[in-house]
Ligand binder design. Structure first.
Ligand code: NAD
Ligand code: MG
Length: 384
């Protein structure tokens, strides 16, 4: 039985992690759980799983929860997330599942790596911002980082036992998001509600908007660079509207291996939780005869500039990926709150990336400082 330390238990990925654990009760034991503000959601989870420790994003939420659950130890904020990620530091068989959204996942991930805990990682922003710090640290502490993101799970499965030197390209597929059939002109008036309707996947709000701008694909390029140690020139993207091919690996001999499955996150989550085993699940089988045809097309960077910004950030390195992410997090928040238009998201990111005083090997403190200052700049300049 594996101990699980789950950050972001009330989110889209977190709930699916718990669904898999519920279906395999002899394989996992929940030790810690975290959520941001969802009091009722967390109350229900405490009653069901009796975790040893719980953390909430905000102190007020933690205070209310402490009254409801006096037997449970409850923390809050970054220190709470760190404790939830690193409780029982001697438990090296335990697994941290990071299903947080945004940069709040960075510090708890680093702290878990430092105690030698393996990580199943959904929280891609963590690698986007801190991949240069985390991957060498993971190597030093012999920590496995198992990707949950479907594209990276696909690449991981395709690379199985292959020599990384025989890889020509990683090819990451993109659905195109909610507005893939709209022109740039039509994008000027789209709403947050429309952006939140993804054609293929049901996910949390931020990643759904990130899919519509295609910055999500850019984050995945950066994530793939860190996870698989390949240079930017070997990481390609391709439009594949059906989302059945989750990514591909092209080898130097001309072979391309793809991983295919229904678009259901329980498959990559399950692969990360049970690795190296595969486990039976309730996801319907993919019927190729019913699907009939698959389509692939090049991605137009004029149509999706945010994808280009991500390649640029990775190439420039240092603080650039942090700035890209911070500007996006702030802009997406403003868009969801109806304070800016959809196309303002890319303008805000561009504006912040045009004014970076770069440092090539930033420390964690440098990254945290830059994240805070970019977000503040976006909020101040946009809301003045
Ligand atoms: P979500 O918004 O549904 O859930 C996020 C979770 O993080 C919630 O439990 C929330 O309470 C918690 N959280 C948010 N801000 C917090 C804070 N400041 N402090 C503490 N907790 C906080 O998001 P999601 O769709 O589950 O995505 C989670 C991560 O997985 C993201 O990085 C996303 O890009 C990635 N991902 C998601 C999917 C998907 O299908 N949902 C697929 C691939 C990758
Ligand atoms: Mg993905």
């Amino acid at each position: 039985m594996k101990n699980v330390y789950l950050l972001g238990a009330t989110g889209s990925i977190g709930k699916q992690v718990l669904d898999i654990i519920d279906n395999n009760p002899l394989d996992f034991h929940i030790v810690t759980l975290t959520a941001n503000t969802d009091l009722d959601g967390m109350s229900a989870l405490i009653n069901k799983y009796h975790p040893k420790y719980v953390a909430m994003g905000q102190e007020e939420a933690a205070n209310i929860l402490r009254i409801r659950h006096p037997q449970t130890e409850i923390g809050h904020d970054t220190l709470g997330l760190i404790k939830a990620a690193t409780l029982n530091p001697e438990d090296h068989e335990g697994l941290l599942v990071n299903a947080l959204v945004g940069m709040c996942g960075l510090v708890p991930t680093i702290k878990a790596v430092e105690i030698g805990r393996s990580i199943a990682l959904a929280n891609k922003e963590t690698l986007v911002i801190g991949g240069d710090l985390i991957m060498p640290l993971a190597k030093k502490h012999h920590v496995n980082i198992f990707p949950i993101d479907s594209e990276h799970s696909a690449i991981w499965q395709c690379l199985h036992d292959e020599d990384i030197n025989s890889v020509k390209n990683l090819i990451i597929t993109a659905s195109g998001g909610a507005f893939r059939d709209l022109s740039r002109d039509q994008l000027e008036s789209v709403t947050a509600e429309a952006a939140l309707k993804h054609p293929n996947w049901s996910m949390g709000a931020k990643i759904t908007i990130d899919c519509a701008t295609m910055i999500n694909k850019g984050f995945e390029v950066i994530e793939a660079h860190h996870l698989f140690g390949l240079p930017i020139t070997k990481i390609k993207t391709i439009l594949h509207k059906e989302s059945y091919v989750h990514s591909l690996v092209e080898f130097i001999d001309g072979s391309i291996i793809a991983q295919m499955a229904e678009h259901d996150m329980r498959i990559p989550i399950s692969y990360a939780l049970f690795y190296p085993q595969r486990k039976l699940n309730s996801v319907p089988a993919l019927s190729l005869s019913e699907i009939g045809k698959l389509s692939f097309a090049a991605i137009d960077l004029n149509r999706y500039p945010c994808l280009g910004y991500a390649y640029e950030a990775l190439e420039k390195g240092g603080l650039y990926p942090c700035v890209l992410n911070a500007a996006n997090e702030a802009a997406v928040q403003l868009f969801i709150e109806h304070k800016i238009a959809f196309l303002d998201i890319e303008t805000i990111i561009r504006g912040q990336m045009d004014h970076v005083d770069n440092i090539l090997n930033p420390t964690l403190e440098d990254l945290l400082k830059m994240d805070a200052s970019v977000k503040e700049a976006v909020f101040i300049t946009t809301l003045k």
